[in-house]
Structure formats: structure tokens, C-alpha cells
Design a protein around this ligand. Sequence first.
Ligand code: PGA
Length: 252
Amino acid sequence: MRRPLIAGNWKMNTTPEEGAELGRALAKALVDAPAVDVAVYPPFLSIGPVAQALRGTDVAVGGQDLHTETGGAYTGNTSGEMLAAAGCTTVLVGHSERRTYEQESGELLAAKTRAGLRAGLWVTFCCGETDAQRDAGDTLDVVRGQLADGLGGLTANELRNVVIAYEPVWAIGTGRTATPEQAQDVHAAIRAWVTSTWDAGVGRSMRILYGGSVKPTNVVGIMAKPDIDGALVGGASLKADSFDALVRFQSL
Ligand code: PGA
């Protein structure tokens, strides 16, 4: 019942021109794509050209961040409403790079999640532990704490527009993927937490993506796990052929 979702987080990569080119390549590669949902998160300046290149496809385009307000005197920021007007239907919230480099707090991330939903976007909400937290045996407490802070105030109805991405910080951009078993253990704990915080229906329908060095060579083992519903992909989403292979994981 949970349709797989493969999402590409382009991070701070691609000029508008390069983004458009990658968008066109994806549009071409994914014409006969299988029955999975696909989303890409280009940097702000590439959103317009990418949305244009992907027009007429089912690929969702999203922002990598948003401000909590709709507009006004917030120099350098972009609102969810602006993202929607530029062709976005989704937004990333709580990526570990923003938690670390921009010091985004749980409270801020809760407000950003609400702002995304207010703008009519679906939210991919990220969580994940550091190496030290895993070594200390704190993984599940850290992840549940991040989710409680960010999503705890939402209603079951609002959660229908939320996807959770579990991304262990030690696996992001390092080539060190969590084993399918390590990921499955955390995904199962996240689903159990969602079920106990809301109800079994929300738990069953919540899509939980794994992220952290996902590549065509390891996606099959990851996607075989029962509580893993998709992938959030950084590096391997920047080349049309590897992203296309990931979207077609069912035939790898
Ligand atoms: P990676 O990034 O696939 O390059 O590890 C994943 C992410 O940060 O979303």
C-alpha cells in the first residue's frame, strides 16, 4: 500500500543551466518509468528551469529549505508559498547539513514543517544520528527526539503530507551506507513511534525513506526491507543515468 518514493537531493550543485540539462535528461530517461514516485530537490535558482524541464512528467520538484513566514523583511529567505508558485510541490526540512551548518533547532524545524504544509507542499522531514551518538547506543532516542520535536504537534491528517527520511549522519556523502539490517531496525522503530504517537493507520501509511550513500549497487538490498519505502539520494542523484537506475530499482 505504500508506493515507493525515490528522491534526489541535489544540495548546492547545478547552475540553472546545468539544472535544466539534468531535468531534461531525467524527463527523457523517465518517460517509461515504473510505478514509483520520484522527486528532485534542486537548489533554489535551478527550481524554475528544472520545473520547466520536467513539465508534463510525474516528477515532483521541491525546495531544500523554506522560511517559516509567507513573505516580508527576511533578507535572503524564500517562503513555501514562493516555492509553490515556482512549481514546487514538496520541500525538505531538517536535513542534517542544515541542522549542523545552519544550527537549525527542533523548534525551528517544527515551524518550517508547518510552513511547508501551510503552503500546500508535502514535506520530507529528515532525521538521523551521528557516529558518536550511534556508538553511545543513543540512535533510537536521538531519532525519536528529532521526530517528536519536528512532527509531534501535527495531526494525523497533516501527517498524510509528510514523508520521513532516516539519514544516519555518518552515512551521508561518505560512501559508508548503513547495512539494510541497520536501516530496517531504525525504520521499524520509527514506524512503531508513529503508531504509538498517532495510530496504526498513520503508522501503516507513513513512508519512511533511507538516505546515506544510496547507489544503484546497494539500493536493491535496502529496498528489500519491509519498513524501507524509498530513498533520499544525494551524490547518485546528480547523474541522470544513476538516478534513472535507482528509480528502476525493481529491475536491477
Ligand atoms: P548522499 O546524500 O546520497 O550523497 O550520501 C544523501 C543526503 O544527504 O540526502
